[in-house]
Design a protein around this ligand. Structure first.
Ligand code: SAH
Length: 190
């Protein structure tokens, strides 16, 4: 297939902006795949901040990083991404190159712990303040689960209303796939 699937597309976007020595954020670490990916992109001179409200996710991610020798340049917080701005060192405000979200629940875990519209929007607002101009927020939106549709609707309404002088907002989605396949939202700060 010539068209990129959703996850490779999201990664390609992150690769475009996250540089060696840079600062990046995983807003929903889950099993830590994206945290690892970002840590590899920023390298030993960069820094990654990772957030998740579940201890299980933080532990799984810590283990993955340790096994790959990447724990030194990642700071993990068992905390809501709604507080992202308070946790990222103020010296990095305005320098953050990218942030990634995987919305929904942690696969293989408690399906009742899901990302929620209010905290997701608060996190996006905070991130827009601390991103560098040209920085990206990439969201992989899973919405097939209970509670997913309302989060998707709230998010889409907010994004459609976002001032175009502040950011470019893109949706990347296959239109003819069954069973609510995930799609990508990319927000590029101007
Ligand atoms: N649905 C995706 C994975 C989503 S993981 C997939 O199938 O691959 C979403 C993660 O977000 C979970 O680990 C969950 O604990 C976390 N999460 C939920 N609310 C959060 C919040 N407010 N702040 C940070 N992480 C949160």
């Amino acid at each position: 297939m010539i068209l990129n699937r959703v996850l490779p597309f999201a990664k390609e976007l992150l690769e475009k902006v996250v540089e060696s020595g840079g600062v990046a954020i995983d807003a929903t670490v889950g099993n830590g795949y994206d945290t690892q990916f970002l840590a590899e992109l920023v390298g030993i001179n960069g820094i990654v901040y990772g957030f998740d409200i579940q201890e299980e996710a933080i532990e799984a991610t810590r283990k993955r990083l340790r096994e790959n020798g990447l724990e030194d340049n990642v700071r993990l917080f068992q905390e809501s991404h709604a507080h992202v701005k308070e946790y990222v060192d103020s010296s990095y405000h305005g320098l953050v190159q990218a942030a990634v979200f995987n919305l929904g629940y942690l696969p293989g875990s408690d399906k009742s712990v899901i990302t929620k519209p209010d905290s997701t929007l608060t996190a996006i607002e905070g991130l827009l303040e601390i991103l560098m101009p040209g920085g990206l927020i990439v969201l992989v939106v899973y919405y097939g689960h209970e509670g997913g549709q309302i989060e998707k609707d709230t998010l889409m309404e907010y994004l459609q209303g976002m001032d175009q002088s502040k950011a470019h907002v893109l949706q990347y989605q296959f239109l003819n796939q069954k069973n609510n396949p995930p799609f990508v939202i990319a927000i590029e700060k101007k």
